[in-house]
Write a protein that binds this ligand. Structure first.
Ligand SMILES: [Zn+2]
Length: 548
């Protein structure tokens, strides 16, 4: 990154590229002035602006898009992950233990955060035991959450100090879920200083800016971090040197007064996000109607944390307080509880008011027609993470192993939801999957189940305007006159237009289609590389050498 602190010129002409704008599908140039988009058009027409602006940037064939919105983010955990031991690329438990041992030697007894492992990628096919971790770290403190963050391995030292042994969810070998997991996580996080945390938040914001993201929805919750953590994320967003932040707090309420009190105390847009109705498929804790097909217990259907009455009361309270309500919900059984609770709330306070509050559901991976009908009827947004589907979906992936091929292929039904009129917002749930807007769009376009694919254009809109709308803001997230100067510049190959209404990919480079082109997102194509991110007129990321 270069010259991040340099003051931006007050007017700039970008020309010689492609500008993704609803005003002009053939736009190749854009003028920004005093933090706003002042003009969008063709290079020929831009000649008239070249003399009157302070700076001219040659795009050299790159693509300008509105900056993306990541609809589900955990900033300090993300930054902590960037700072800790990343196990996501390990191909065996042995390799993971070796990385942990190396880090423990360097850390000299400091608590160690080793994250994002997935035993389904390992020939051992199982998590680490306390004994193995104790040996690797010479008896140190290790918190080792699984990639989905709903279970973890811990050392004896951490389990003992958190008094996890004997709690619900203590597995005996050092793997913890539910209450035991929450206890060790709380204990581990209690050892992190506010300065550490603010450093993590900065790392995360920088990574978001580098990924071309201009707004993140921060999904804070009592079981994830303290209110001070959320306050630091909000403050980072307000500083103006990175992405903007829309904050949520996932705490259950049973009355309007309490809803208002919490929203006021934390300055949040809603009591939504990771208010958990269940766990995850990876940890076999998502609440499903019929049992998981693998795992030790043949009757295991996961676990539902909420009931219809608590959902109803929360939704009604938030609705009356003019706040967004929402839940983390993954399994079909959990979604049954949620949709029934929403319908009960609508009976209580009126469907119109429920719709107006624009509630949202996170992840929402196992959705049938009846649930889709409720989402449409009550105007509930679906906040989805398409890279989950790309990584774990399909017949032979982790969802296939846990749920069987048919439930796996039916998961994350973006096509059915979009066709029925469910508003989608895309996100990463980082650190579960990293910031990566084009990866998410590519996952939508290449869904394992062809009938559930959506067009690149729809996915792109869900990742830009959709993200603003899901936060209750209707007129942001596109490049048009008077809009804030919030955009990203991408180095791309040929731009293509996807044939309309074709779920099997057909691409066209025909410019006469009248639709702005997008990068080729077929599975073997190189994804765009971000060159610059600008948020409200300020350059928050510049790739070294990109515009020299
Ligand atoms: Zn989350």
């Amino acid at each position: 990154m270069t010259q991040q602190e340099a003051a931006s010129p007050s007017s700039t002409l970008y020309r010689g590229g492609f500008v993704y704008s609803p005003v002009d599908p053939f736009a190749t140039a854009m003028v920004v002035q005093d933090g706003k988009i002042a003009w969008v058009g063709s290079d020929e027409a831009a000649t008239g602006h070249a003399d009157s602006v302070d700076e001219v940037v040659e795009l050299d064939g790159s693509l300008v898009t509105p900056a993306f919105v990541d609809g589900h983010v955990h900033s300090s955990m993300t930054g902590q992950g960037l700072d800790g031991v990343d196990l996501s690329q390990t191909s065996s438990l042995t390799e993971a233990l070796r990385l942990i041992e190396t880090a423990a030697r360097h850390g000299r007894g400091r608590p160690l955060y080793a994250h994002s492992w997935d035993e389904t990628n390992w020939p051992e096919g199982r998590p680490a035991t306390s004994e193995e971790l104790d040996r690797a770290t010479f008896g140190g403190v290790v918190y080792m959450p699984r990639v989905d963050a709903h279970s973890a391995c811990v050392t004896t030292a951490l389990a003992t100090s958190a008094r996890a042994q004997g709690l619900d969810g203590w597995g005996g070998t050092g793997v913890v879920v539910r209450e035991a997991h929450h206890a060790v996580r709380d204990m581990f996080y209690a050892g992190i200083t506010p300065a550490d945390r603010r450093h993590y938040i900065d790392l995360s914001m920088r990574a978001a800016a580098e990924a071309g993201i201009g707004l993140v929805h921060e999904m804070a919750a009592p079981h994830i971090g303290a209110p001070e953590d959320l306050a630091d994320v909000v403050a980072a967003g307000e500083r103006g040197d990175g992405p903007q932040v829309v904050p949520y707090w996932g705490e259950l309420v049973d009355g309007e007064a309490r809803a208002r009190e919490l929203a006021r105390a934390y300055g949040v847009r809603g009591l939504a996000g990771d208010l958990c109705a269940d766990g995850s498929i990876g940890s076999r804790t998502a609440h499903v109607r019929s049992p998981y097909l693998d795992g030790a217990d043949p009757d295991n259907c996961g676990y539902g944390y909420l009931n219809v009455d608590t959902v109803r009361d929360h939704v009604a309270a938030c609705t009356l307080a003019g706040l967004q309500a929402g839940f983390h919900v993954i399994g079909d059984a959990a979604l049954d509880t949620i949709t029934e609770g929403f319908r009960a709330a609508a009976e209580l306070v009126g469907a119109d008011r429920v719709r107006a509050a624009r509630h949202r559901l996170e992840h929402i991976e196992m959705v049938d027609e009846a649930a889709i009908a409720t989402l449409v009827e009550l105007g509930i947004y679906a906040s989805v993470q398409p890279v989950f589907e790309a990584w774990w979906g399909g017949k032979d992936g982790m969802y296939g192993a846990r749920l069987g091929a048919s439930r796996s292929l039916a998961s994350n039904p973006y096509g059915s939801m979009a066709a029925a009129g469910v508003a989608l917002v895309l996100g990463s749930d980082t650190p579960v999957t990293p910031f990566g807007p084009w990866e998410a769009i590519r996952a939508c376009v290449n869904h394992h189940e062809p009938s559930q694919r959506i067009s690149a254009r729809s996915a792109f809109l869900a990742h830009t305007r959709g993200g603003w709308r899901a936060a209750g803001i209707d007129d942001r997230g596109y490049l048009d006159l008077g809009q804030p100067e919030t955009f990203a510049v991408w180095s791309v190959g040929d731009l293509v237009v996807q044939a309309p209404d074709d779920r099997i990919q057909t691409w066209s480079t025909d410019p006469r289609s009248g639709t702005p082109g997008l990068p080729d997102l077929s599975e073997d194509a190189d994804l765009p590389v971000n060159l610059r991110t600008v948020v409200r007129g300020r350059t928050v990321f510049d790739r070294e050498g990109a515009f020299d």
